[in-house]
Design a protein around this ligand. Structure first.
Ligand code: ZN
Length: 58
């Protein structure tokens, strides 16, 4: 099942969202976005947990 994620669920004010075929692909896209837009070279564990709780199946 495909997954989607809206960044505004974790970072208020960010309008970016994405979808992917599975969670691994989704996390790849999220980490690229976090690196380039939010300047997170590594994503803190607490952010990963927040992201996981906000992932929706579509
Ligand atoms: Zn964002």
């Amino acid at each position: 099942m495909a997954k989607k994620f809206a960044c505004s669920d974790v970072v208020s004010g960010c309008s970016w969202s994405t979808m992917a075929k599975d969670e691994a692909d989704l996390f790849h896209k999220i980490s690229e976005h976090a690196k380039h837009v939010h300047k997170m070279t590594t994503i803190p564990d607490e952010i990963i947990q927040k992201v996981k709780s906000q992932i929706q199946e579509i």
